[in-house]
Design a binder for this molecule. Structure first.
Ligand SMILES: C[S@@+](CC[C@H](N)C(=O)[O-])C[C@H]1O[C@@H](n2cnc3c(N)ncnc32)[C@H](O)[C@@H]1O
Length: 215
């Protein structure tokens, strides 16, 4: 094993401790990314008229209410992936009996080995934590393999007007051009919008949301 892979292992171990710590020490609405309702994500979802049996995954879903909104809409094949088992346990508790309808996956997204192909891949504020070329390329290649032809990918990251850190960790900001260039080999860009997110602390964060269609 070379020194690069050793330092990467240390970094993943650090993240595996960081995120459960966040979800143990803070309530759902005490984190900057909290939204009472995932409005932008649902607006993108509704553009595509997905059938109720569509395979939908929320990457780095944390404690987001996106899964609740999907269940309310009658979607039956939902996956929720996060590096933090603590976040997923909180969601299971919140959903009660409805949790049985969701596939929970505790994994680092760049180690994810999907067993199905997805019609809709959603990621709000997880992709931007990948800062090395190797991690970003892995994510892109996993998404390329996991999303079926004509399936959709929705990514929300901090924009070039947004913060440079989140939860004390470095993030990578994106513009429409830099995000598109990462995914253009296998995806056609549909549209990008900039969204102002109001945090629970009365501050504003600029996000970029882009939708893509798998070629
Ligand atoms: C800023 S929070 C966003 C949570 C949620 N998407 C939302 O919009 O409320 C980032 C989430 O990504 C998860 N995460 C960070 N890095 C990850 C990785 N490498 N693999 C999987 N999940 C990750 C964290 O545990 C956390 O739940």
């Amino acid at each position: 094993m070379n020194s690069v892979s050793c330092s990467q292992i240390r970094q993943v171990e650090k993240l595996k401790e960081h995120w459960p710590g966040v979800f143990t020490s803070k309530a759902e609405n005490e984190v900057s990314w909290f939204q009472p309702y995932p409005e932008t994500s649902i607006e993108f979802l509704e553009l595509f008229n997905l059938p109720h049996d569509a395979n939908i995954i929320d990457i780095g879903g944390g404690e987001s209410q996106f899964v609740d909104a999907l269940l309310e809409r009658g979607f039956k094949n939902i996956w929720l992936l996060d590096i933090s088992a603590t976040a997923l346990d909180h969601v299971k508790k919140r959903l009660g009996d409805k949790a049985d309808q969701v596939h929970f996956v505790v994994s680092d997204v760049v180690a994810f080995k999907p067993e199905v192909q997805f019609d809709f891949w959603h990621d709000r504020a997880a992709f931007h934590f990948l800062t090395s070329e190797e991690q970003i390329n892995k994510y892109v290649s996993i998404a390329e393999g996991a999303i079926r032809p004509n399936g959709h990918l929705i990514l929300g990251t901090f924009s070039d007007k947004g913060p440079t850190k989140c939860s004390g960790l470095e993030i990578k900001q994106y513009t429409q051009a830099s995000m598109s260039s990462r995914f253009e080999k296998a995806f056609e860009r549909i549209k990008c919008i900039e969204v102002e997110h109001s945090t629970p602390f009365n501050t504003t964060q600029f996000f970029l949301f882009c939708s893509f269609k798998k070629k």
